[in-house]
Design a protein around this ligand. Structure first.
Ligand code: BG6
Length: 478
């Protein structure tokens, strides 16, 4: 007899990282330069993420955290041993496109790059950890940006399809769970990390973004198609930066605005999961003079090759208002700022902490798509200071995660089909938004600072032992 509040058997507990934030070795074994390799920490980072890249090569005097990151490229065995010790059932990683096709448009793949991921997946297998693999997590080969304009250009679809087919064929016996584009809706907010977009003067940004989005959506459908042709039993998901938008007041204008804000994000998943452009998008394009160029075959591809499950990240809910006075009080978040929610606290980086919003968001997504959900990111970015004994007592992180897992459990009790949970950055990695090391999510501490100093040595935090117990008890022991 199943207990009402038990997690399903075989629930995929684990953690999630991305190539560009963990691997380092940015030019090792033939890897090409990627967009993230041109993102420094500090004040020049944000303008680039918005689409104004000053140079196609790293610049003197800047520090680029992806170049070495936490050196996962050379230390993955040690790190996987620690994940295995916590009992991970799954590890989410991403493949760096430029390790496989250094320029993106190469004829042949780079064998050393392919071999690296073979070694990584073998090591996971040895430890009974199921890989969950993202094809594109914020990194585009720079050559494709320079020569083709990245996802502005329809040619990217073909290059991406070739890359996807190459890795599906190579790892067909090793990887069953895939995600196409990480946080695909990020493209609208940080177009450089979402899609490698660099704008020229006078360019209509909104037009360009939606054209690039269309190209990614078609590429995603082609990846779903190829995966199902190549890998028996495969599961391919989309990935949404989720988090419900609340209206600040019951003023219908605010409610309408909240609905519109959510639809900006749902737009992508509506296409990837329901297989067609939603009607509200057509109106939005018309009202904003956006003309998305499509080819005849696109419509059928989008319809025929929808995703098998909905992957999403959840860090915060958001608040919106149409009242200019209310709008003045804002806080930050993982894709865009939000109005401060007077009922909730925020993290040290200003991200709203809303465990119940997690349950609400999961229900909202399940109501909308009726497909299995996979929580592929969640966590608290915080400063960790070792105590006098050199230990890190990150009880604040445990509190955050416990509250969120309880709400996830409630969502499951509501009937939402959730197949797994991979918390973000189970080992400290580079922050995507700020490039800092100081913003840590891990159960495992990495000795490295914002400037790249430190031994890179790994050590266990308090939360390491807590998460191990959570997994051991399949979520009963929170
Ligand atoms: C998500 C990204 O937006 O949030 C991750 O998919 C990112 O790559 C994570 O690291 C947390 O954001 P940050 O900026 O705290 O690293």
């Amino acid at each position: 007899t199943k207990k009402i509040n038990a997690f399903p058997e075989g629930f995929l507990w684990g953690g999630a990282i991305a190539a560009n934030q963990s691997e380092g070795a940015y030019l090792t074994d033939g890897k090409g330069l990627t967009t993230v390799d041109l993102l420094p920490t500090g004040e020049n980072r944000f303008p680039i993420m918005l689409g104004s890249l000053p140079s196609f090569s790293p610049m003197e005097g800047e520090y680029y955290p992806s170049h070495e990151a936490i050196d996962f490229y050379h230390r993955f065995k040690e790190d996987i041993a620690l994940f295995a010790e916590m009992g991970f059932k799954t590890l989410r990683v991403s493949i760096s496109w430029a390790r496989i096709f250094p320029n993106g448009d190469d004829n042949k793949p780079n064998e050393a790059g392919l071999q690296f991921y073979d070694d990584l997946f073998n090591e996971l297998k040895k430890n009974d950890i199921e890989p969950l693999v993202t094809l594109a997590h914020f990194d585009v080969p720079v050559h494709l940006v320079k020569e083709y304009g990245s996802w502005k250009n329809r040619e990217l679809i073909g290059f991406f399809e070739k890359y996807a087919k190459t890795v599906f064929s190579r790892y067909k016996n090793k990887v069953k769970y895939w995600l196409t584009f990480n946080e695909i809706n990020m493209l609208l907010h940080l177009p450089y990390i979402g899609a490698g977009l660099v704008f020229s003067e006078g360019e209509d940004k909104q037009q360009v973004k939606y054209q690039a989005a269309h190209h990614q959506l078609v590429a995603s459908a082609l990846a779903v198609k190829a995966a199902h042709e190549i890998i028996p039993d495969v599961k391919v998901g989309c990935m949404l930066a989720a988090g419900m938008t609340y209206p600040y007041s019951s003023n219908p204008d605010d409610v309408m605005d909240a609905m519109d804000k959510d639809r900006e994000s749902f737009f992508f998943i509506d296409v990837q999961s329901r297989g067609e452009y939603p009607s509200y998008a057509k109106r939005f394009f018309k009202d904003n003079n956006i003309v998305v160029k499509t080819e005849e075959e696109d419509e059928k591809l989008l319809k025929d090759y929808t995703v098998d499950y909905i992957g999403f990240s959840y860090y915060s809910s958001r608040v919106t208002s149409t009242d200019p006075k209310v709008q003045e009080d804002t806080t930050s978040g993982n894709i865009f700022g939000s109005i401060t929610n007077p009922y909730l606290k925020t993290s040290e980086w200003g991200w709203t902490i809303d465990p119940k919003g997690f349950r609400i968001t999961a229900n909202q997504l399940y109501d909308r798509y009726q497909k299995p959900l996979f929580v592929v990111e969640n966590g608290l970015g915080a400063v960790d200071e070792p105590d006098a004994q050199g230990e890190i007592n990150d009880d604040y992180r445990i509190v955050y995660l416990r509250q969120h897992l309880k709400e996830m459990q409630e969502a499951i009790n509501d009937g939402v089909d959730i197949i797994g949970y991979t918390s973000w950055g189970p080992i400290d990695i580079v922050s995507a938004s700020t490039g800092e090391m100081k913003k840590r999510y891990g159960y495992i501490y990495v000795d490295r600072d914002n400037k790249g100093n430190g031994t890179l040595q790994r050590s266990k935090k308090q939360s390491f032992y807590w998460y191990k117990k959570v997994i051991e008890s399949n979520g009963e022991n929170l």
